[in-house]
Design a protein around this ligand. Structure first.
Ligand SMILES: Nc1nc2c(c(=O)[nH]1)N[C@H]1C(S)=C(S)[C@@H](COP(=O)(O)O)O[C@H]1N2
Ligand SMILES: [Mo]
Length: 376
């Protein structure tokens, strides 16, 4: 074969490849993406802004142009997924701290912020992270402007879990320090749930059972709850959620990931799997089943369960002279401080969470164990 033939072959191949590439990219190209680049720059992000509340007496509006005008950093940032998988991105944007400086504030001094997205996703960033990490208001990722569902800004906290990497950021709420109440009463989540009306809930391929959080909270019989609920999952994962959001959802108590906080109205990233502990002000809800996993079990006669003293300590209930245990039907038992460690919290043959005290009269056994509180 002579040289000219090869060149023709090469050109033919090139033509085929070019056509193939065009055919592949054609369906994804929407009219909006074809827009003249100049027009895109002017039109695309015009009027886009984020709101910052809680920093000054009135909300502050910062336009995306203002954010872009701040001095940017470009960093190689790693995000960590819930399964531990790491992803690297080149992230460009100003530091939130530099924006705060314009208002005489510093990120390190904030006790908490809540990042809110336009799609209903939101997450609280705790003080430990605010003090140790950069928060970048990213307008460019991997050298490219943000896609439709990520615009106008993606909040990026390098080296932190991707749940903090908020797409479509629309608001940053600066939170006030909430006085941490001492836990006064611990409720057993399973017993509480057994008192509520369960309904079918479809979760992926499975039909499980769930209760409305609002109904559960009503069963606590407390007249005021704080703004925030704090969760600890069985794997040690911790997160705060607004009570307004929590109370509008469900707890799925059978099947995969139970007890699972979820809601058809929330992005899946806001679901909380395998809840071990949920604290709201002076009330703590603990899952007996997850507690057995976290704290380990103890066997008394034929009863295998979690140690009562360990359970209430883990839930944050402090020392008291006496404790009052209450069953779902209103039956109560009073025990002394020293008797705590005689108690084992197990599931009986009727699936009722029960406390049994080793060596104490049978009348101290509490079936459908609902709660325990310290008394004088
Ligand atoms: N606006 C918005 N941002 C979001 C979410 C969301 O649902 N909406 N999910 C978060 C969660 S839970 C994760 S794990 C990551 C997923 O990011 P990725 O799609 O880049 O992996 O985005 C976070 N940012
Ligand atoms: Mo996530």
């Amino acid at each position: 074969m002579g040289k000219p033939v090869r060149i023709i072959q090469f050109l033919a191949l090139l033509l085929v490849l070019t056509l193939a590439a065009a055919a592949c990219s054609a369906p994804v190209e929407t009219p909006a993406e074809k827009a003249d680049p100049a027009e895109e720059q002017a039109g695309g992000q015009e009027g886009e802004k984020i709101v910052i509340s809680g920093l000054e007496s009135t909300d502050i509006e910062v336009t995306v142009e203002e954010i872009k005008d701040l001095e940017s950093v470009t960093v190689e940032a790693t995000s960590v997924s819930s399964s531990g998988e790491e992803n690297q991105y080149t992230v460009t944007g100003p530091l939130f701290d530099d924006l705060l400086k314009k208002y005489g504030k510093s990120q390190k001094d904030l006790v908490g912020i809540r990042l809110v997205a336009g799609d209903g996703y939101s997450i609280e960033v705790p003080p430990e992270i605010l003090q140790n990490r950069d928060l970048i208001l990213a307008h460019t990722i991997d050298g490219k402007p943000l896609d439709e569902r990520t615009k106008p800004i993606r909040a990026v906290i390098p080296e932190e879990r991707s749940m903090y990497w908020i797409r479509n950021l629309v608001k940053i709420e600066v939170l006030e320090s909430a006085p941490k109440a001492e836990v006064a009463r611990v409720y057993i989540l399973e017993t509480l749930i057994s008192q509520a009306n369960a309904e079918d809930y479809t979760y992926y391929e499975s039909t499980d059972r769930a209760v409305k959080v609002e109904e559960l909270l009503g069963l606590l019989g407390v007249d005021s709850l704080p703004d925030t609920a704090s969760f600890v999952a069985a794997d040690g994962f911790e997160k705060n959620e607004q009570l307004d959001i929590f109370s509008k959802g469900y707890i799925k108590f059978t099947g995969e990931d139970a007890p699972l906080f979820l809601s058809p109205d929330l992005p899946k990233g806001m679901y909380i799997k395998s809840i071990y502990l949920c604290t709201m002000g002076d009330a703590a809800l603990v899952s007996q089943e997850r507690a057995m996993e976290v704290l380990g079990t103890r066997q008394v006669e034929d009863k295998e369960g979690v140690d009562l003293k360990q359970l209430i300590k883990a839930a944050g209930l402090g020392d008291a002279d006496k404790y009052l245990l209450t069953a779902a039907d209103g039956y109560t038992v009073e025990i002394s401080r020293d008797d705590r460690e005689k108690g084992v919290v197990f599931k009986n043959s009727k699936e009722q969470i029960t406390v049994f005290f080793e060596g104490l009269p049978k009348s101290t056994q509490v079936k459908d164990f609902l709660s325990i509180e310290g008394i004088e």
